[in-house]
Design a protein around this ligand. Structure first.
Ligand SMILES: [Zn+2]
Length: 234
């Protein structure tokens, strides 16, 4: 692959729900000026705008199906193409929540290989944490109801992410809500799905290059961030 290191890089975080992928991403955005793509938010945006992609996602959700890998991948590629100018500005990009499956990773890799404008270095990091800790973290998680904000809070004491005023967003004062997929049965399903795909994804990136290693994320956010910086050699 023709990699030009002066261009922006793409970072992929592989970790279970509740490992803090979003929080670490937000920190990279604020401290390093990187760009975060939250695929969850992007899905919701497409649905709200009723774009072609949004209609297909909406249909999949309403029929109780999983959003298929090629649709998910085209959504990310579509976003990335719109960011090409930013790639030239050397801003690094974090894909938060993508790829989730080996199929998505392969499709994504193939598109990047075929499109010279999108060729860039990919760095993959695993966020490691026990399932039991993930479950208790997610039970205590709430997010800002405001779609333009969606800041994540945690009542889980060690996370240090409690809102200043209970039940209200620090940034925009909107009420905090619990997402349906943070309820216990949903959390367990998401963990099963995560474990089913995680090793395949890591193996894939070990083979094509880009896998950097593991972060222990059962630590304070600051420790996680410092560990991340030294792992990627920034
Ligand atoms: Zn907010």
């Amino acid at each position: 692959m023709n990699r030009d290191n002066s261009r922006s890089q793409i970072f992929i975080f592989i970790g279970p729900p509740g490992a803090g992928k979003g929080t670490l991403s937000q920190l990279c955005v604020h401290k390093l000026g990187w760009i975060q793509l939250s695929t969850g938010n992007l899905c919701r945006k497409h649905i709200a705008l009723q774009t072609n992609i949004g209609k297909q996602i909406d249909f999949a959700i309403k029929s109780g199906k999983l959003i298929d890998d090629s649709l998910m991948t085209s959504m990310v590629i579509d976003w990335l193409i719109n960011q090409v100018d930013l790639l030239d500005l050397k801003k690094n990009i974090i894909l938060d929540g993508f790829p989730r499956t080996l199929e998505q990773a392969k499709l994504f890799h193939n598109v990047l290989m075929e499109n010279s404008k999108l060729q860039t270095k990919i760095t993959v990091v695993r966020l490691a944490i026990d399932d039991t800790i993930v479950i208790s973290r997610l039970m205590g998680r709430s997010i800002c109801k405001n779609n333009d904000c969606q800041k994540v809070y945690s009542l889980y004491s060690e996370a240090g992410l409690a809102p200043r005023v209970q039940g209200s967003c620090d940034d925009c004062s909107s009420p905090l809500i619990k997402r349906a997929d943070d309820e216990e049965p949903a959390v367990k399903d998401r963990l099963i799905s995560y474990h089913r795909h995680a090793n395949d994804l890591i193996n894939f990136y070990q083979n094509i290059g880009g896998y950097k290693g593991e972060l222990n994320v059962n630590q304070s956010l600051e420790q996680v961030f410092n560990q991340f910086i030294s792992l990627i050699g920034f």
